[in-house]
Design a protein around this ligand. Structure first.
Ligand SMILES: [Fe+2]
Ligand SMILES: [Fe+2]
Length: 158
């Protein structure tokens, strides 16, 4: 992996993390009266830390962090247009899982790609791994909450 390719991939993550800050911020407002709203608020802060650490990394490589626009829509495909109007928590969780899993998949791929390149410093690998772990934890909470909702959906009150 050459420097140019690494910077372009980091810019993709920079954009993804920025998109996720916006996404979780709007979800924290939409679900303000639920525990999930508090979780989305906390996730907004964590994604902002990812934005900041990727920003720093791109700058250290001598490049200017550049937002490449909406990177979420291609991940969620045909659902993209409906995301704004989504009011059901279970729909929101499903979308969030898709996005977090894409982030994990790409962090993992980048870690493997830079590991043996000249830019694969311990510092960079540690940063990418820590972001990956955060996304993994987010995914697990979403899955737990989704499963709780589905359990309630498929049960009846005697
Ligand atoms: Fe993130
Ligand atoms: Fe995340």
């Amino acid at each position: 992996m050459d420097k140019e390719k690494l910077i372009s991939k980091l810019n993709w993550f920079y954009s993804l993390e920025l998109n996720q800050v916006d996404l979780y911020k709007s979800q924290s407002k939409a679900f303000a009266d639920e525990y999930a709203g508090l979780v989305f608020e906390k996730l907004t802060e964590i994604e902002q830390l990812h934005v900041d650490n990727i920003f720093t990394k791109i700058s250290e490589l001598g490049a200017t962090p550049t937002k490449i626009g909406d990177v979420i829509s291609p991940i969620i495909g045909s659902i993209a247009g409906k995301i704004i109007g989504m009011r059901e928590l279970h729909d929101v969780l499903k979308i969030n899982i898709m996005i977090e899993q894409k982030a994990m998949k790409d962090y993992k791929e980048l870690i493997n790609n830079v590991k043996y390149s000249q830019y694969g410093s311990n510092d960079l690998i540690r940063l990418l791994t820590q972001n990956f772990i955060d996304e993994n934890l987010h995914t697990e909470w979403f899955k737990t909450k989704l499963s709780e909702i589905q359990t309630l959906e498929f049960s009846i009150k005697p």
